[in-house]
Design a protein around this ligand. Structure first.
Ligand SMILES: Nc1ncnc2c1ncn2[C@@H]1O[C@H](COP(=O)(O)OP(=O)(O)OP(=O)(O)O)[C@@H](O)[C@H]1O
Ligand SMILES: Nc1ncnc2c1ncn2[C@@H]1O[C@H](COP(=O)(O)OP(=O)(O)OP(=O)(O)O)[C@@H](O)[C@H]1O
Ligand SMILES: [Mg+2]
Ligand SMILES: [Mg+2]
Lengths: 260, 260
């Protein structure tokens, strides 16, 4: 059975999509079969993996609504071994529509389990990129996942929201998904030249200890340039500091998973 | 009657809260009476204006739920002439609860109009800081506002989401609030040393012309340090490039409003 990991943090702009895209790419480079599910109506993960708006004829919204199955929505990406279930702005209607459903928290888990039971092409790892909120889409991702990867920007407002996120994970674990645990916290957009970054790092390592990965992702303009070319930073510029940090992070995540 | 402006953009981390806090502070410095409503469950605007968690006994959630009126939730802040209606994590339950209500899109407008009709202390300007989504909280803010200020980070993913936001504003204007218009787009976290910032600026000015403010907010570490001290950047360091840009932006916004 594949390992399902959600990229979640209700604070906006902390690096959820960037981490989903580049960590998934690094794992594909380690010869794992990887699936990314874009559960954000913004569709940034789909863009970052090179799938244009026109190619998203079947998206995760259509799968959740039941008009197509997950298998038919899976697309190859620019990265060998890495496939994607894209999203479109249709998904922004899903939160209101899910509210009416019975078992509304289990919708993503249900379609994923069906796909995994039927496919001959099962992935080793599934990443779910979440929107910046703790609404029904993110709750669905947490119910469907075995672990949560928390990207944390080295900024004060991002630190402020961490306890709310951890409480939500705990609530989902108790009420819906007993196997859910925080896989780890990854510090992003770290700038060694400024005190704030170092203060946030010290604070987070002090409170969360080993849950925080050793690998820290530096602020690196090459990372933010890559999406405009529709390719991950690892493909755009493998030698840059940002890409190298994601390669290191992949090794560290795989070690925690006991796969290396 | 006061002017009501929403800070909205579903893309996360683009500077909505930072712009709400610092633009409001700059306007208070121009002797306007300003009210900020924190409509984001993260409560970052409340933190940025120095209102601690313990002081948020009555918040916007309690007002929307009807257990208190807006007048009793208004608090003074560290800035003379600037008051705040705080938010707490309770607000994250509001989206699901609002769904069941009749006239669910008009809830914020209704409580605001009641307050303005009854108060002897009416503000000149009201800012509503929105969460990073186009859900019911943001829709409520758009229905209650005369104008939308769109902070736009100089990054590719932020640019990608702009058309979705503008379509939503147009939809709200047609169906719920005919006086709603985009007051302006403000470029944030601009870094003159990197091409991406300049490309995003050229692109946005090309497509949106005069809607984009002349003033551009530079990336400036002093801006991100201020929230950890619970004060706006203008109070933390008025002379820094970031604060000066917000002072200039306030002048430009007031000129557009015909108040200068
Ligand atoms: N290490 C980094 N160095 C420089 N820029 C980065 C880095 N990581 C992410 N970015 C840029 O910062 C912005 C925010 O990152 P990203 O969109 O991945 O965050 P997010 O948490 O997915 O945002 P949202 O909450 O909107 O989903 C993007 O424009 C991205 O390109
Ligand atoms: N001009 C700037 N220079 C440097 N840092 C900035 C600037 N503007 C905002 N920041 C920092 O960037 C981060 C994101 O800004 P902010 O929280 O205001 O965005 P937001 O759009 O309100 O985010 P959310 O979508 O989570 O509500 C914050 O940590 C903030 O301190
Ligand atoms: Mg994202
Ligand atoms: Mg904010």
């Amino acid at each position: 059975r594949p390992r399902v990991l959600a990229l979640a943090n209700q604070k906006g702009g902390v690096g959820k999509t960037t981490t989903a895209v580049n960590l998934a790419t690094a794992m594909a480079a380690y010869r794992l079969r990887v699936l990314v599910i874009d559960l954000d109506p913004q569709g940034n993960a789909s863009t970052g993996l090179g799938v244009s708006r026109q190619d998203r004829r079947r998206d995760i919204y259509a799968v959740l609504a039941g008009s197509t199955d997950l298998q038919s929505a899976v697309l190859p990406t620019v990265v060998p071994g890495l496939s994607l279930v894209p999203s479109t702005p249709d998904l922004s209607g899903a939160e209101l529509e899910l509210v009416e459903l019975a078992e509304r928290e289990y919708r993503v888990r249900a379609v994923l389990e069906q796909y995994l039971a039927e496919t001959s092409d099962s992935p080793d790892v599934v990443f779910i990129d979440c929107p910046p909120s703790l609404g029904l889409l993110t709750l669905n991702a947490l119910v469907a996942s075995g672990g949560v990867l928390v990207p944390l920007q080295c900024e004060f407002y991002a630190l402020e929201g961490l306890s709310m996120l951890l409480q939500t994970v705990e609530r989902i674990r108790r009420s819906f998904n007993p196997q859910l645990a925080v896989q780890g916290v990854v510090l992003t957009m770290f700038d060694g030249r400024n005190n704030l970054s170092r203060q946030v790092e010290d604070d987070v390592r002090h409170h969360m200890g080993d849950l925080v990965y050793q690998t820290v992702i530096p602020r690196n303009v090459r990372i933010s340039e890559a999406p405009s070319h529709g390719i991950p930073a690892l493909v755009y510029d493998l030698r840059c500091a940002g890409s190298q940090a994601y390669v290191k992070l992949a090794r560290e995540v795989l070690e925690r998973e006991g796969r290396l």
